[in-house]
Design a binder for this molecule. Structure first.
Ligand SMILES: [Zn+2]
Ligand SMILES: [Zn+2]
Length: 343
C-alpha cells in the first residue's frame, strides 16, 4: 500500500509499504480520512519522541475490508472509527477501578505503532466503533479528538450556570466550547489570535469572543464577569503562555483545566502564591479513557457539530502540503484532513 512514513524529524516520505496483516482479533480498515492533530505536528517537529520509521495518523475513519478469525461483531463493509490507545489490561493501572490510560504497556495507533496516513490500517476489534451508514465519514475522523474533549469536560466538572473561558479556538477549543455549552455553561468566552477562528466560535455558540492581539483577554473577562473572573477556565492551546492566561482568567476558588498538550520540554512559570491566594483547582486531561463510546453517541446525535471544523481536505500524495498548512495554520486552517486517494 501507499503510506506517508516518518523517518525522523521533518523527514516524511511517501512510500510503498507492505499491507498490514490483521491478526485473529483484529480488522483491516480501508482509511477514508485522517485528521492532522497537534500531536502529529509535535512528533513531526521532534518535540515529542517516538521511534521511527512510523506511519502517523490517529484520528481516522474508514471501512472494514477484512476481519480476523476471532472478530465477533464487525463485518466487511462496516463504517468505523477507532480508539487509537491500546492498553494491556493486566498492569497495575489497567487493574484500577478508576478508569485511566496510564497503562505501563500503552501503545497508540499512529503514535507508537503504524497509523492512518496510509491506504490501510489495522486495529483490535475492542478498539473499533461502528458508526451509522448515513453519518458523514469525513466528519467521523473528528470523533477521536471529540473523545479526548469529553474526557476534558468530565475533568473540568462544569456545572449548570457556570461561566467558562476557553483559551484557543482551534479544533479542540471549538469542540470543548460545544461540550461546555451542553454541560450547562451559561456564558462562554473564547479567545484566540485569529479572527476567522473566533468567527467560527461565535457561530458554534461562544457568547463572547476576544482577539488577544487587540485586547487584554484577562481584563475583558474580568469586565464580563462583574470583576470576578470565570468559574472554569480551559486552556486549549498547548503553551505555558496560554495556561497563564487561563489561570489569570479564573475567579477565586475557580477551576482550571489544562487541556492543550505543550511541547515535552516546555516549562510553565507560575507564582505559587497566586494559586494559593485563589485556592485554584487545577485539572489536566490525559487522552480518551473510556470516552469513545460516548463520543460516538454525541457525534451521531449532532449535539456537537464537527463538520464546520474541517477547513482543508488533501490527498495522501499531498501530505507535505497538508502538514505545512496544518503546522503554519495557513489559509485559515482549522482541521486538516488527508484522504488516501490514489489518483
Ligand atoms: Zn489527536
Ligand atoms: Zn496496562
Amino acid at each position: 500500500m501507499y503510506a506517508a512514513v516518518l523517518h525522523g524529524v521533518r523527514d516524511l516520505r511517501l512510500e510503498e509499504v507492505p499491507d498490514p496483516k490483521p491478526s485473529a482479533d483484529e480488522a483491516l480498515i480501508r482509511v477514508n480520512a485522517t485528521g492532522i492533530c497537534g500531536t502529529d505536528i509535535h512528533i513531526f517537529r521532534g518535540e515529542w519522541r517516538t521511534s521511527t520509521p512510523i506511519i502517523l495518523g490517529h484520528e481516522f475513519s474508514g471501512i472494514i475490508v477484512e476481519v480476523g478469525r476471532d472478530v465477533r461483531d464487525l463485518s466487511v463493509g462496516d463504517p468505523v472509527v477507532v480508539e487509537p490507545n491500546i492498553t494491556c489490561g493486566s498492569c497495575y493501572f489497567c487493574r484500577m477501578s478508576e478508569r485511566n490510560y496510564f497503562c505501563e504497556n500503552l501503545e497508540a495507533i499512529g503514535v507508537t505503532i503504524n497509523g492512518a496516513f496510509a491506504e490501510y490500517v489495522k486495529a483490535r476489534e475492542s478498539n473499533i466503533y461502528r458508526i451509522p451508514r448515513d453519518f458523514n465519514l469525513d466528519e467521523a475522523a473528528l470523533i477521536e479528538p471529540l473523545a479526548c474533549c469529553v474526557r476534558g469536560i468530565d475533568q473540568a466538572g462544569i456545572r449548570a450556570g457556570d461561566t467558562v473561558a476557553i483559551v484557543g479556538a482551534g479544533p479542540v477549543g471549538l469542540i470543548l466550547l460545544q461540550l461546555a455549552k451542553q454541560a450547562g455553561a451559561t456564558m462562554i468566552i473564547q479567545t484566540d489570535r485569529e479572527d476567522a477562528r473566533l468567527k467560527l466560535a461565535s457561530r458554534l455558540g461562544a457568547d463572547h469572543v476576544v482577539n488577544i492581539e487587540d485586547e487584554d483577554p484577562v481584563e475583558t473577562i474580568r469586565e464580563l464577569t462583574g470583576g470576578y473572573g470565570v468559574d472554569v477556565a480551559i486552556e486549549a492551546v498547548g503553551s505555558p503562555e496560554a495556561i497563564t492566561q487561563a489561570m489569570k482568567s479564573t475567579r477565586r476558588g475557580g477551576r482550571l483545566l489544562i487541556f492543550g498538550v505543550s511541547p515535552q520540554e516546555a516549562v510553565w512559570k507560575v507564582k505559587p502564591f497566586e494559586l494559593y491566594d485563589k485556592e485554584l483547582t487545577i485539572m489536566t486531561s490525559y487522552r480518551s479513557p473510556f470516552t469513545f463510546q460516548r463520543a460516538v453517541k454525541i457525534a451521531v446525535s449532532r449535539r456537537v457539530r464537527l463538520k464546520p471544523l474541517i477547513s482543508h481536505i488533501f490527498k495522501l500524495k499531498e501530505i507535505h502540503r497538508a502538514f505545512e498548512v496544518a503546522e503554519k495554520r495557513l489559509e485559515g486552517a482549522i482541521k486538516v484532513l488527508v484522504k488516501p486517494e490514489k489518483d
